[in-house]
Design a protein around this ligand. Structure first.
Ligand code: GTR
Length: 328
């Protein structure tokens, strides 16, 4: 976003805040930031978080979710938390990692053995440590959604090994973990906002991008990129966060309610995710996308050494990495 766009966003967020604060003192309408289309698994689960909150607090808190990145791109929205511009959101661990380094570790390439391993990590004591690391950015992480596994999709040719990425311009989210991972695989990582990828693919500004199947499908990027190569380099958990200012203002009973409904919404998201993956894969197949399974991921895994060396650079982060690996 350029400066004028950013200022426009600030004005938009401020206008929404003014509306929210005009509600009566008893009912507080919380503003939720979301990047995705309304029928995306995380979007439906965020709506559910708002509905359950209204139900369990008897209308004292309600949630209003602004989908499609209406309140700005991800980095901008994360920054808005410090200014109390947004009350809740679902953010990628990878993007949060630029603000709080432990989140980067939980988003490292090939760090999880399986989705179950990821859930065991974020749902356990490590999830609390990650939440603590976000306090300085005015956030509390209440529950974790899955972000699936990210793989490459390209316009011109499939990717079978890192050598096929050599020299390709691959769009990544604007955060260090994505840039470092894709560069270690030999591509030219090109950070761009999520909403700008379709046109960039179409106009040849980029040769491809990387994402999970539901994002690849829901953005219709598959209309331009016809090769999907499943190296699954990143499996990134996504945090359902609320503003710490809001959190600190809640009674202990209300904090319990917030935490419980956040976990219920995460349960729901994880179930919806599996269904949406299946549906997305069917849509991709129907559209003639060639899915490339990549039986041998070892060359991709082997290329990640420098990413670990560069990013796991303190004792605290090394301990966190070991602890994550030790979770059964
Ligand atoms: C999605 C993810 C978002 C964001 C997006 C992107 O899969 O849910 O948080 O990372 O990808 O590529 O910008």
């Amino acid at each position: 976003m350029n400066l004028a766009q950013r200022l426009g966003r600030i004005a938009a967020v401020a206008a929404v805040s003014a509306v929210a604060f005009s509600f009566t003192a008893e009912a507080r309408e919380l503003r939720g930031w979301n990047l995705h289309v309304p029928d995306y698994p995380g979007s439906i689960a965020m709506e559910k978080f708002g509905e359950l909150l209204a139900e369990r607090t008897e209308g004292r808190y309600t949630g209003s979710v602004f989908h499609n990145g209406q309140l700005g791109d991800q980095r901008f929205a994360i920054e808005q938390f410090a200014l109390d511009g947004i009350d809740f959101a679902v953010f990628s661990g990878g993007s949060l990692g630029d603000f709080a380094s432990p989140l980067k570790i939980v988003s490292m390439p090939y760090i999880f053995r399986s989705a179950e391993h990821m859930y065991a990590v974020v749902d356990g004591e490590i999830g609390d440590r990650l939440s603590d690391a976000l306090a300085d950015h005015n956030m509390v992480a209440l529950a974790w959604y899955t972000g699936g596994a990210r793989s490459f999709y390209t316009v011109g040719k499939p990717v079978n090994s890192p050598a096929d990425l050599e020299g390709l311009k691959i769009r990544v989210p604007d955060a260090e973990i994505f840039v470092s991972t894709v560069e270690a695989l030999g591509a030219n990582a090109t950070p761009l906002a999520f909403g700008e990828v379709y046109t960039a693919l179409q106009t040849g500004v980029i040769d491809g991008a990387e994402n999970n199947a539901p994002s690849f499908e829901s953005t219709r990027h598959y209309e331009v990129a016809k090769f999907y190569s499943l190296d699954e380099h990143l499996m990134v958990p996504e945090a359902l966060v609320v503003s710490k200012t809001l959190w600190d203002s809640l009674s202990a009973e209300d904090q319990d309610i917030f935490r419980t409904v956040a976990r219920e919404s995460a349960e729901h998201q994880r179930q919806l995710w599996a269904e949406r993956e299946e549906k997305s894969n069917a849509i991709l197949a129907e559209a003639g996308v060639k899915v490339n399974a990549i039986e041998d991921k070892q060359p991709f895994i082997d290329a990640m050494g420098p990413v670990y060396e560069k990013l796991v650079d303190t004792d605290e982060l090394r301990t966190l990495l070991t602890d994550i690996q030790a979770v059964e």
